[in-house]
Ligand binder design. Structure first.
Ligand SMILES: [Zn+2]
Length: 303
């Protein structure tokens, strides 16, 4: 009897410990307010290295090898930290769970559901880069993807607790019975149940003060969007999404072969170019390998 009681007691203790440790895990996932990074006074932009896509031939962008300075494409993810909250813009090409960091570059071979294949070099997981600047995915207030292609959605599921800012047509296409080309639906499936804000206006002012504005720029995909940022020191920046991939698409006036709607892409480009002229904002072409290499990467930031 005595022996059994003590065994039960041990079981009870183990159970209690298990509950404590589960609570601890949840506590880590959403840190208590005192552990959270205090919000900055003004808007900050962190640029994360989310890899490099190897492109042997840029023909699908209607460009010849000799016409481009670099054929490979950079992949960047961005965290905007505003006094009122945070926004993650694009989430990479390779899910963190799909590879093991070695401290050096790792090449991941990706086979998409439409059987297209890509080689992507990654160096550091997105969540590790976020952690380095003091955030976990559950701290992030808003998720916005420039669009649904695989090289922008890889870690989207991690941000399912954020409010998703998306256009209706984009969302509908993402969850259609037949997924569109160049997508990896498994990487964003959790967003189906996310708190979602459907953007209807051309401009969506994320924090209400004009410093972080999502702008509609359809064509590459039906609900493709770009991000306008007004930073106190750096000035105004537009993150391009895939309005352009190579700077030469802009200078040589080329539109890729795989647009959802080429005419719409051309129209969006005209609108954005006029906006850049009017505001004097810099255009950061997210996939521009040369330009991206020159950017400060997290933990450094732009403000
Ligand atoms: Zn892309």
């Amino acid at each position: 009897m005595k022996g059994r009681r003590s065994r039960l007691l041990i079981v009870g203790l183990v159970g209690a410990l298990a509950i404590v440790s589960v609570e601890h895990v949840f506590g880590q996932a959403s840190p208590s307010p005192e552990r959270r990074v205090p919000p900055p006074q003004s808007v900050r932009l962190y640029v994360f290295d989310c890899g490099t896509i190897h492109v042997p031939d840029p023909a699908r962008f209607r460009l010849k090898k000799v016409e481009v300075a670099a054929t490979d494409l950079s992949v960047a993810c961005y965290l905007v930290v505003h006094p009122k909250g945070t926004l993650i813009w694009d989430t990479g090409a390779v899910p963190d769970a799909a590879w093991k960091p070695t401290g050096g570059p790792v090449v991941v071979h990706i086979v998409l559901p439409d059987s297209q294949q890509r080689d992507v070099t990654v160096r550091k997981p997105l969540k590790a880069q976020l952690k380095e600047v003091g955030y976990s995915p559950t701290d992030v207030t808003y998720l916005a993807l420039s669009h649904y292609h695989y090289d922008h959605t890889a870690n989207a599921n991690d941000f399912a607790a954020a409010t998703w800012l998306v256009r209706q047509l984009e969302r509908d296409t993402m969850f259609a019975k037949t997924p569109p080309g160049v997508t990896q639906p498994s990487t964003y499936i959790a967003l189906r149940r996310s708190r979602t804000l459907i953007l209807t206006a051309d401009d969506h002012d994320v924090f209400g003060d004009g410093t972080v504005v999502i702008k509609s720029a359809p064509g590459h995909t039906p609900g493709h969007q770009i991000l306008y940022l007004k930073l106190a020191e750096t000035g105004s920046i537009v993150l391009s999404g895939d309005l352009y991939h190579y700077p030469e698409e802009r200078t040589l006036d080329r539109v890729p072969t795989f647009e959802f709607n080429e005419g719409q892409t051309r129209a969006s480009r005209r609108v954005v170019e006029a906006f850049l002229k009017q505001t004097g904002a810099q255009l950061w072409i997210q996939h521009d390998l040369t330009a991206n290499a020159k950017l400060k990467k997290a933990p450094a930031y732009y403000e």
